[in-house]
Design a binder for this molecule. Structure first.
Ligand SMILES: NC(=O)c1ccc[n+]([C@@H]2O[C@H](COP(=O)([O-])OP(=O)(O)OC[C@H]3O[C@@H](n4cnc5c(N)ncnc54)[C@H](OP(=O)(O)O)[C@@H]3O)[C@@H](O)[C@H]2O)c1
Length: 294
């Protein structure tokens, strides 16, 4: 896997961090050493991140900012974004984040079946105009990316997807992304831990994962690290940049403190086999996997 867009391997995830809290969390994260922040139009917290970037002790050029355009959602009344809508969404994100250029701009999901290519053409135009440095997609499967390839358009540089030992990248998707140098970025790396998104309606854990037991605890003990650190390192050793989210300073530090150990090949393999057959996405509620949409 090649990180052609030179993005930091660790970024701050900000889904479910309210706008009035995210400035403090982003500032803590930057002070703890994070140089990448991942947000989205749909998270409604770009404004708070913009305030943190303005006040940051670190120059803008040392930071990497990812945000995502919400393409619309089927089954809801909101319309799917057109070319014009994507252009406007990007302008809104730039204004709220108070930056001149987004380092990585993604289409959040492939839901806009009939407008997917039109939306992608707008992403290419945004890159041409210098408003975004790199363009990519999120929650896309092979069939969605192949539409872009078949239309002979510039290919995405990255695909942000749910990746952890219970939801490994499907083989066909991994091969396709490798072939086209599309970087897989891992979200929800900590979904296997019991307190993941505790109390949130978005905690989509199936019954068999609700036991309260930490997975891989013995393995984590062997490396003298915590289970969250083990899960995060697993992704990094497989080449996936990660986006751990925490509002807690101690955890922010824990989640970035990953350089002092290395997981053996055998243990990586054991972790990668934790997935049950047909394990669905956990990040989206109700066992729904966005990667399966038409
Ligand atoms: N593209 C997409 O569709 C998509 C979907 C989902 C996520 N994402 C991105 O990926 C990011 C990460 O995914 P995520 O938000 O699902 O969750 P995550 O980073 O896998 O886990 C976050 C949860 O784990 C807890 N936590 C964090 N560090 C911990 C530690 N060291 N020990 C124990 N608990 C810890 C957090 O609680 P506290 O905050 O209380 O510490 C929170 O409940 C998101 O924030 C978002 O930026 C993208």
């Amino acid at each position: 896997m090649t990180n052609t867009i030179n993005m930091p391997m660790i970024g701050l995830g900000t889904w479910l961090i309210p706008n009035d809290v995210v400035e403090r969390v982003s500032t803590d994260a930057i002070n703890a050493g994070y140089r990448h922040i991942d947000t989205a139009q749909a998270y409604r917290n770009e404004e708070g991140i913009g305030h943190a970037l303005q006040k940051a002790s670190v120059p803008r050029k040392e930071m990497f900012i990812t945000t995502k355009m919400w393409p619309g959602m089927f089954g809801q009344e909101e319309p799917f974004q057109t070319f014009e809508g994507v252009m406007n969404a990007c302008d809104d994100s730039l204004r709220l984040l108070q930056i001149n250029e987004i380092d990585l701009y993604l289409i959040h999901n492939p839901f806009a079946k009939d407008l997917r290519l039109e939306q992608w053409e707008a992403m290419i135009e945004l890159k041409k105009q210098g408003k975004v440095k790199n363009i990519g997609v999120s929650n896309y499967n092979v069939k969605h990316i192949k539409e872009i390839e078949d239309a002979n358009l510039q290919m995405p540089s990255a695909n942000q997807i749910e990746i952890h030992p219970y939801h490994i990248v499907r083989e066909d998707l991994q091969k396709y992304m490798d072939h086209h140098t599309i970087l897989p970025i891992a979200y929800s790396s900590l979904a296997p831990i019991p307190n993941w998104r505790e109390g949130s309606q978005w905690n989509g854990k199936p019954e068999d994962m609700k036991s309260g037991a930490m997975p891989c605890q013995e393995m984590a003990n062997k490396y003298e690290v915590t289970v969250p650190q083990l899960l995060l390192k697993w992704a990094i050793q497989l080449g996936y940049p990660i986006l751990p989210k925490s509002v807690n300073m101690e955890r922010l530090k824990e989640n970035i403190d990953l350089d002092h150990f290395s997981i053996s090949r055998d243990d990586i393999k054991i972790m990668s086999k934790m997935a049950k057959d047909d394990q669905k996405c956990l990040a989206w509620s109700g066992g729904f996997d966005p990667i399966d949409v038409d």
